[in-house]
Each structure stands twice: as C-alpha cells, then as structure tokens.
Design a protein around this ligand. Structure first.
Ligand code: PHB
Length: 395
C-alpha cells in the first residue's frame, strides 16, 4: 500500500540546505514536506565543519532560524597562514569589513530541526527517497520508502534535491547519478576531536614540509584538529602519541596543548559540480549539487547561498506564477559555485604537500604563499573569499 501526500515543495534531505529552505518557504506561506533517510540523532550528531560566513550567520539570525549562533558561536576576525616556520595573520575586518563565526554544523542542524518541528513542519526521518518522476511536468513526485518498509509518494509542484553527495534526486536532474565535473586529490584529512583547552585563539592553516595541518577549535574544553594523510589511512591505526607527534611537527612554532582524543576520522575529499543543477521542476542544492574540499570552509556556506537564491525563485514561481528566476537558477547559482570551487581548490593546493611534489613544486608553493601574505591585494582576495561574497537573492 502506498501513502500519498500532497504539498507544494517536496524536499529530499534534512541537512542545512533542506532545513533552511523549508524554514524560508514557510515564512512565505509555502508548505513543504521534507524527508531524510537518516534518524534525527544521526543528523544532529555527525561531526562536520565549523566555519560560518558572515552572510550565513545573517541569514540564520535574520530569518529567526537560530540566534544561538550569536550566543554559543565565536566570532573570528582572522586566520593564520603558517609556512616556512612563520605565522602570518590575515585580518578580516581591516581587509574586507567582515568576519566569520565558529559554530559547528551539527549545532546549526539542531537549531533548524528544533525550529522546524516547533513550527509544525512535516519532516520525516528514516524515509529513503527511491526516485523522482515528472520533473518535466507541473506535478513532479518523489517516491520513497519508510523505515518500516511502507511506500510513500509525495506529489508536489516542485522537487528539491538537498540529499547530499550521494543524492538520489541528482539522476532525475542530470540523467545519471554521478554526472558532474570533478577532481580528486591524492590526500585526505585525519581529523580529531580532543579534550583540551584551545592551543590558539584563531584557526591556523599550516603548510609544513611533512604536510598540511589545521588547528581549529570547538569550545573551551574541546578542540578540532586535522592533518593531511593518505586517503587510504586507517583512522584506528595510529596511537594518540603518534597523532600528537604528527600534529606538533606540522605546526612548528606552536606547542599544541594535548588531551585525550575521543573521536578520529579520515575525511576523503574531492571537488564536484553536477553537470546540471535544474531540470524542469527539480533542482539540486548543497552537496547534492556540489562538494568542495574542506580547506576553504565553504561547504555549508555554499549550501546556504544556493538556498537563499532558490527561496526567492520558488516564491516568484509559486506565489506569482513567475518562472523566470527558476529558469535562471542554475546560471546564477553556478557563478558563486565556481568561485567557491576555485577558492577551495586554491587553498587546498596551496597548503597541502602533494605526494609527488618536486623541489621545484615545493619552492614555488612557498613563493605562492609569500605572494599572498606579503601583498594587500593577496590578503584581501583571501579574506573576501573566506568571509564570503555577498549573497545574491536576499530581500
Ligand atoms: C572545522 O573546524 O571543522 C573546520 C574549520 C575550517 C575548515 C575546515 C574545518 O576549513
């Protein structure tokens, strides 16, 4: 037996993109049904990145989705680039008049899920989308199955694929589940969470001869750190002492404050943009549309930028019958997506040591880092991209 529900917008995926979209649409009086194959606890506890652009914070607070970011998050006015044994601070406010916020993605998700459920959102966990039909008509449908094995059909006026890098909606938009532009990297990140006070007040992105490391933070008593590793590395193969030795060696000049490591993971990454972002009445947003390596801290911010654009386009379509912004969505979204792709690739290639790097490559890379930190224009580009370009589609 199939249960059929009707709504205006079917949203597949309750990550940052899907949740924020349902929140913004609801504020405009547009109903949606949202499904996610994961359980609520899994969504709220998966450790992801932690940097929010100023514009992301403005959207979250301005729309009433989360004000906790201002209370429990931390404003960061800069980052440090470290190479050749020296640190170089990039001061955001003096360069571009903006800052970023350290506030972990799963905290954003907790805020959004609580806000949506309190507002009566039809949000179903443990429901897996199987396929999408009718995207070339005015009545597309999502076919799904519940955790209990029942069939669910959602008839909508528009379908949004916010279902992450393994998107099911993607094949209805691009014609294949993998169709996209992509690039892989010969390294990954070994990430840890540890119980210790912060070793630095701001993030340190360090290029050391043995490889990249990132010293990030979480709270007064928990820290997040990463180091470049082999994509095939086994996160459990290293002892805590080896982890600390590796990290310490990659941030020369700083003595890291060590503490028990209570979570470790290997993050493989790649750059990806789907060949198509929209087909008829279905679009892709967030990781379903694109993924970036984490070095530029762009992932969730890019998802928010997509959603701000899409919200405006869907309001025009569904409230005024004006499809022009939906027609332009892919082109408009692509402009920011490719800028973010470039920035993420650039930060990644500038800061990591490729396994096959020659002496020339290594010296050139240090020349590149020096060109950035010793030039006002270089620092400004980095600050502008890191803190985020202005959001199109607001208002
Ligand atoms: C993090 O704190 O998890 C984090 C921060 C900055 C990045 C990536 C990850 O570029």
């Amino acid at each position: 037996m199939t249960t059929t529900v009707r709504t205006r917008v079917a949203i597949v995926g309750a990550g940052p993109a899907g949740l924020l979209l349902s929140h913004l649409l609801a504020a405009a009086g547009i109903d949606s049904v949202m499904i996610d194959q994961r359980a609520r606890e899994e969504i709220e506890s998966t450790i992801r990145a932690g940097i929010l652009e100023q514009g992301t914070v403005d959207v979250l607070t301005g729309s009433g989705a989360s004000d906790r970011v201002l209370r429990d998050g931390h404003r960061h006015d800069g980052i440090e680039l470290r190479f050749d044994g020296q640190g170089h601070r990039i001061d955001f406010p003096s360069l571009v008049g903006r800052s970023v916020w350290l506030y972990p993605q799963h905290e954003v998700l907790k805020d959004l899920i609580a806000a949506r459920l309190a507002a009566g959102q039809d949000l179903r966990f443990g429901v897996s989308a199987l396929h999408v039909e009718g995207v070339d008509t005015d009545r597309p449908s999502v076919f799904a199955t519940t955790a209990g094995g029942e069939d669910l059909r959602i008839d909508a006026e528009f379908v949004v694929g916010a279902d992450g890098s393994r998107s099911v909606v993607r094949s209805a938009v691009t014609g294949s589940s993998t169709g996209g532009y992509f690039r892989e990297y010969p390294f990954a990140w070994f990430g840890i969470l540890c119980e210790a006070p912060p070793s630095a007040g701001e993030l340190i992105y360090s290029n050391a001869p043995a490889g990249f490391a990132l010293i990030s933070q979480r709270s007064a008593s928990v820290q997040r750190m990463y180091f470049q590793c082999d994509p095939e590395a086994d996160p459990d193969a290293m002892s805590e002492a080896e982890i600390w030795d590796t990290l310490q060696a990659r941030v020369p000049g700083t003595t890291l404050i060590e503490g028990p490591v209570f979570q470790r993971d290997v993050l493989r990454f790649r750059s990806f943009v789907a060949h198509e972002l929209r087909r008829g009445r279905a679009v892709l947003v967030g990781d379903a549309a694109h993924t970036v390596p984490p070095t530029g801290a762009k992932g969730m911010n890019l998802a928010v930028a997509d959603v701000v654009l899409l919200d405006r386009a869907l309001r025009a379509l569904l409230l005024e019958g004006d499809g022009r912004l939906v027609d332009e969505f892919a082109e408009t979204a692509s402009r920011r997506i490719w800028k973010a792709q470039h920035f993420s690739w650039w930060m990644t290639s500038m800061l990591h040591v490729a396994p096959d790097a020659s002496d020339f490559d290594r010296r050139r890379q240090l020349g590149e880092l020096r060109s950035v930190v010793e030039s006002q224009a270089g620092r400004t580009y980095l600050a502008e991209a890191y803190t985020g370009w202005p959001l199109e589609g607001l208002g």
